[in-house]
Ligand binder design. Structure first.
Ligand SMILES: Nc1ncnc2c1ncn2[C@@H]1O[C@H](COP(=O)(O)OP(=O)(O)OP(=O)(O)O)[C@@H](O)[C@H]1O
Ligand SMILES: [Mg+2]
Length: 301
């Protein structure tokens, strides 16, 4: 089996919309016929299952089980059934969540060795996605990160092929997204191996935007802030400017009925269309128009 595309949903600021994006993005991919797995990597406060209304009590299909038995990965995945009538044959949306797992909740307090062991096991899970047979295989893995601009968030980001930075019009959202983008240029858990010149495909999604125009202007402003910073940092300015994040799309403010477990019940055709568009752009194009291929060929010259 081929390796799935791995995408991190991130953004720095709490409440930016990372989890809403992750869920709706995965649903749209499944509706397009993709097999997609969403991993809730917000270990301290996981809430993908809450937003999906999944049963957590007594749940045996958990991230913890997958970490212990990566070879039995498919038995740790929970399939989300209510993805809607538009899903074409073959589409599947599954979740890997640390729900009901008190041990992982304290992950932030584990020592370096414990955290390193966790990341090694987590990478083994990602590798295992390439080994699944055709009935359980997977095209796209989305890692929903927690809020923060720190090593933990960057560690998950670094495991991904693409990072989608969820931001918005508010200054604080853009400021945190900017800090995260800067940190991604420097960070490596193993500092000896740090290579600032590696390929980093970063994408911007403007959440709660009024329209495409606002989405693009949020992205433009973030990119020019990053360029300004790069122009002062002479040591890395060339790398940063050759790897600027790109605009991926926008999401409108959605009317979400109720508090919990109802995200998939929200009916918003504009949101669904805009998320579908960005999902197609990131995961479905194989021709010369593919922004991802274009991005990578720009980098390699
Ligand atoms: N496009 C949107 N339209 C309407 N409400 C939204 C939208 N995006 C996010 N929200 C709401 O904003 C709140 C935060 O969203 P979400 O949980 O996705 O953010 P997050 O970035 O994952 O937060 P955290 O950092 O806590 O993980 C939720 O109440 C969610 O319903
Ligand atoms: Mg979240």
């Amino acid at each position: 089996m081929s390796r799935p595309q791995i995408i991190a949903s991130t953004g720095g600021k709490g409440g930016a919309g990372k989890t809403v994006f992750s869920i709706l993005f995965c649903r749209e991919l499944a509706r397009m016929g993709k097999k997609v797995v969403l991993i809730d990597a917000d270990l301290g406060t996981p809430n993908v299952h809450t937003k999906l209304g999944l049963k957590s009590k007594g749940q045996k299909r958990t991230l913890q089980r997958a970490l212990a038995q990566p070879e039995n990965l498919s038995s740790s995945l929970i399939e989300v059934e209510s993805i809607g009538t538009r899903n074409v044959e073959g589409g599947r949306f599954s979740v890997l969540s640390s729900l009901g797992d008190s041990n992982l909740r304290s992950f932030g307090n584990w020592d370096d060795q414990g955290q390193q062991q966790f990341y090694n096991q987590f990478k083994a899970i990602l590798d295992q996605f390439s080994q699944l047979d055709s009935s359980t295989s997977c095209d796209v893995v989305v890692i929903d990160t927690r809020a923060g601009i720190d090593g933990n968030v960057c560690d998950f980001c670094m495991m991904a092929d693409d990072r989608v930075v969820i931001t918005g019009e508010e200054d604080t959202l853009r400021a945190d997204a900017l800090s995260l983008l800067k940190m991604l240029h420097f960070y490596d858990r193993d500092e000896d191996k740090h290579n600032p010149d590696r390929v980093t495909a970063n994408w911007i999604v403007a959440n709660k935007a009024e329209d495409e125009g606002m989405g693009q202007s949020v992205c433009k402003s973030l990119v020019s802030d990053l360029e300004r910073w790069a122009s002062i940092r002479k040591d890395i300015s060339e790398i940063v400017t050759s790897r600027l994040p790109r605009y991926l799309g926008w999401i409108p403010e959605i009317e979400i009925p109720g508090d919990e477990g109802t995200l998939l019940e929200a009916r918003d055709t504009i949101a669904e269309a805009s998320i579908r568009q960005l999902a197609e752009n990131l995961c479905c194009k194989n021709d010369g128009d593919d922004p991802r291929q274009q991005f990578l060929s720009d980098l390699t010259g």
